[in-house]
Design a protein around this ligand. Structure first.
Ligand SMILES: Cc1cc2nc3c(=O)[nH]c(=O)nc-3n(C[C@H](O)[C@H](O)[C@H](O)COP(=O)(O)OP(=O)(O)OC[C@H]3O[C@@H](n4cnc5c(N)ncnc54)[C@H](O)[C@@H]3O)c2cc1C
Length: 399
């Protein structure tokens, strides 16, 4: 076993870290307070090759392994987890094409992301189907002309207002069907040329072959305000056979495959945030004096810093282990992905909350970054499966 990073991994880590310190951290508080999509930051990240890491070598010319991907997401998250959530969402949407698409589908649906800084969305959640995605009602049905048509409503979709392509999980045949399909809905150039921009930020995309995609008003969120989240409705959207990924009855398996890859990446988001919270809290407690001493020298406060550090290191181990399991396609990768996600979410919440506490009243002020980190941390315990769902997966495997 070798814990040493490869030269390539060290290069990526250092380059992303420099990028974060140059492009994100200096203005992070005004950026976040503006609640505006970080299009410029994502474009620069794309130019440096930090986006679309799941695109296979056959399309991109080189591949980035899962451990290196986790390191990149972790470093980006040290800067801001809204930015890294938006960036990572391209892989959340596209990895199913890399895993189960034909070479033609990979070329058609993934190459545009290599050629331009496009944004993708992954559409699984619905108002009535959150943790229980089998309750979804979006569906495709074949018409008399032999073409499928997609109808349904998705909610809480990351990047929805800016996406050029949607990966949609839906029932096959009828809203109450037992089988799930995965379809790809590109709307790239249309998104720019024919989008009716509404003042409230919603958009309506009329597709040339018929059908409409509507994205709702961007959600006003507690945290991760640099990521975009909105509802998406698909109305009579025609779906050609070549837009259906793999077997249209095996969507449930494809969701599992996507989440096995993506949960370690959420863990990377958690570890990045936890590290930032620790560094911010450590710097503050080294500076501020009470009882004639630096706060970090007061024994009970130092104990809190030690607890924070231990949680981060353990979460990092769980993260790298899970990413390695994904990279080596280990059969038990799912349980390690869930372990990493929960461990990292716990570290992120603990470090952000305790870090805020170590700032005293100042931590409650929005001009202190720790207050933003405390808001951002909550979602890590929720998206891509709430804590209880991860425990359910682990429990099921154990017994
Ligand atoms: C900012 C943000 C971005 C998101 N991005 C995306 C995206 O890009 N694509 C997408 O498809 N979805 C996305 N989501 C949706 C997200 O994955 C869901 O919110 C999440 O899976 C939980 O579903 P829910 O909100 O319906 O909560 P529910 O399923 O209603 O759960 C509510 C609570 O009930 C409890 N609970 C639920 N199930 C169980 C169980 N089995 N055992 C015990 N307790 C349980 C838990 O305490 C849980 O927190 C996003 C959500 C947010 C907020």
């Amino acid at each position: 076993m070798n814990f040493e990073l490869s030269e390539e991994q060290k290069n990526y880590t250092e380059t992303v870290s420099k990028f974060v310190r140059r492009e994100i951290l200096p203005d992070i508080l005004p950026l976040e307070q503006a609640h505006r999509f970080p299009g410029d930051i994502l474009r620069k990240a794309w130019e440096l090759g930090f986006l679309n890491l799941s695109i296979p070598e056959s399309v991109r010319g080189y591949a980035v392994d899962a451990v290196t991907t986790a390191l990149i997401v972790r470093e980006l998250s040290y800067g801001d987890t809204g930015v890294s959530t938006s960036a990572m969402c391209n892989d959340l949407a596209n990895v199913v094409i890399a895993l189960h698409g034909t070479p033609e589908q990979q070329s058609r649906f993934l190459r545009p992301f290599v050629e331009a800084p496009l944004i993708a969305s992954f559409c699984l959640t619905e108002p009535g189907a959150g943790s229980d995605n089998s309750a979804m009602t979006a569906f495709i049905r074949k018409g008399n002309d032999g073409v499928y048509v997609l109808n349904g409503e998705k909610c809480f979709i990351t990047n929805a207002s800016f996406a050029s392509q949607f990966t949609v999980f839906c029932k096959a045949g009828s809203p109450k069907g037992l089988m799930m399909a995965c379809v790809i809905v590109p709307c790239d150039l249309l998104a720019r040329a024919e989008t009716a921009e509404h003042p409230n930020g919603s958009r309506e995309i009329r597709l040339p072959g018929g059908g409409t995609i509507r994205t709702g008003k961007p959600e006003d969120k507690l945290g991760q305000r640099l990521s975009n989240t909105a509802a998406v409705t698909f109305e009579d959207v025609p779906i050609g056979e070549d837009q259906v990924i793999g077997d249209r009855r095996r969507g449930f398996q494809y969701v599992v495959d996507v989440l096995d890859f993506a949960r370690p990446m959420v863990a990377a988001i958690g570890v990045g945030l936890a590290r930032r919270a620790f560094d911010v809290a450590l710097a503050y407690t080294k500076e501020r004096k009470q009882f004639g001493q630096r706060i970090c020298d007061l024994p009970v406060a130092r104990d809190t810093l030690v607890k924070m550090w231990k949680k981060i290191e353990l979460a990092d181990l769980a993260l790298l282990h899970a990413a390695w399991k994904v990279e080596t396609k280990a059969e038990d990768r799912g349980i390690y992905a869930s372990l990493a996600k929960n461990t990292a979410a716990e570290a992120a919440l603990f470090c952000a909350n305790e870090g805020l506490h170590l700032h005293g009243g100042y931590g409650f002020m929005s001009e202190y970054e720790i207050s933003k980190l405390a808001r951002d941390a909550h979602i890590i315990d929720i998206y891509e499966g709430v804590r209880e769902v991860q425990d359910m997966i682990v429990g099921r495997e154990l017994v």
